[in-house]
Ligand binder design. Structure first.
Ligand code: HEC
Ligand code: HEC
Length: 295
């Protein structure tokens, strides 16, 4: 009697289980886009392995914890205005940005000027305004300059809702204490910036998302999927991001997206120096001539 061969059905079943298991494996969420390997040679001192956010940070409450009732509705409205400013505060916005394009993860990400770390630090003296400003007035400034728009009044729904959202995020954060992760990364300027190097870094690390012309990329619905770094739809020359040092502090900690701390201080400063030279909306505080010939 011939020896029975192993039944291929078992093999098929086994293969099917493997396949099913493979289908169940969740796809990783971070980073949202995978980057190709760099096409050009890296400057020597560039850190090639992405580093994680150094330090431990306050964890704000999750969206699911937004309370019921009128207070909760205001908080949720604030979150929507903050993340979809183009829709929920369109009439106050002059460019193509949303608040959360710079205050990442809905204003939660450490070293991306998170709202939870900001709220308790106001009222605060600001050199820009030469006076003590409230949180609400600080919000107005980002509308004027970062959003190149018009400031909603202090008693507008927009300012009230954003303030409610920030106050809720800052639950359990001590008032008046500068928390780790507040603002952006620290940056040390050593030596003069190099524009050719800045352009090289832009080409190598930024243009694939922000576009070769820096004008960002739009999704099918016309909204920006990748926000513009310069041009008419970007922040204006009065914005904090327009300061090379502030821009570098943001870029160092947060860009390329999902790969914060990949660039060193010098590279972040160089690329911001390059971005800084490009055309963008004028500073609304300055005259026509000052904008035309000034910095
Ligand atoms: C183009 C990027 C950008 C956009 C868009 C933007 N901001 Fe900002 N925001 C900044 C920068 C940069 C700072 C810090 C400025 C500085 O150092 O003076 C800041 C600071 C703030 C602060 C104070 C943070 C702190 O730690 O003191 C608040 C509050 C704020 N922004 C709210 C908003 C709101 C609300 C919007 C949308 C209406 C918005 N921002 C849109 C770049 C941006
Ligand atoms: C993987 C895609 C990607 C890469 C690469 C990338 N960015 Fe971004 N960047 C984004 C996205 C997306 C946002 C908006 C983030 C959000 O809304 O959550 C952003 C926001 C920004 C902003 C604030 C918003 C604005 O439009 O001004 C700046 C400044 C910025 N990036 C600079 C850079 C620089 C400089 C580089 C290169 C060193 C870079 N980015 C590389 C995707 C990218």
């Amino acid at each position: 009697m011939p020896v029975r061969k192993p039944i291929p059905v078992f093999f098929v079943l086994w293969a099917a289980t493997l396949l099913a298991a493979d289908l169940e494996t969740p796809t990783p969420l971070e980073p949202r886009l995978s980057l190709d390997p760099p096409r050009l040679t890296l400057p020597n001192d560039l850190v090639t392995v992405p580093r994680v956010e150094p330090g431990e940070f306050h964890v704000p409450p999750s969206v699911h914890e937004i309370p019921e009732g009128h207070g909760g509705k205001l908080i949720e409205l604030g979150r929507l205005i903050f993340t979809e400013t183009q829709t929920y505060a369109a009439r106050y916005v002059g460019n193509g940005l949303n608040c959360s394009n710079c205050h990442l993860n809905e204003g939660r990400k450490p070293n991306s000027a998170p709202l939870w770390a900001a709220y308790g630090l106001y009222p605060q003296y600001r050199n820009k305004n030469h006076q003590v400003v409230s949180f609400e007035e600080r919000v107005q400034d980002c509308f004027r300059y970062s959003m190149d728009g018009l400031a909603p009044t202090l008693i507008s729904n927009e300012v009230r809702a954003i303030t409610a959202y920030a106050q809720w995020l800052s639950k359990e954060v001590p008032v008046g204490v500068r928390m780790p992760g507040q603002g952006f990364a620290s940056i040390q300027r050593t030596g003069a910036a190099s524009l050719p190097q800045g352009e090289l870094i832009f080409r190598q690390y930024c243009e694939r998302c922000h576009g070769a012309d820096g004008q960002g990329r739009r999704a099918a619905d016309g909204r920006y999927q990748f926000p513009p770094l310069w041009g008419p739809d970007s922040y204006n020359r009065g914005a904090g991001m327009h300061r090379v040092l502030t821009c570098a502090a943001f870029v160092k900690a947060n860009m390329p997206l999902g790969q914060g701390y990949r660039l060193g201080d010098a590279q972040a400063l160089d690329v911001c120096e390059f971005i800084h030279l490009q055309e963008r909306p004028w500073d609304p505080r300055r005259s026509f001539w000052a904008n035309l010939f000034g910095e």
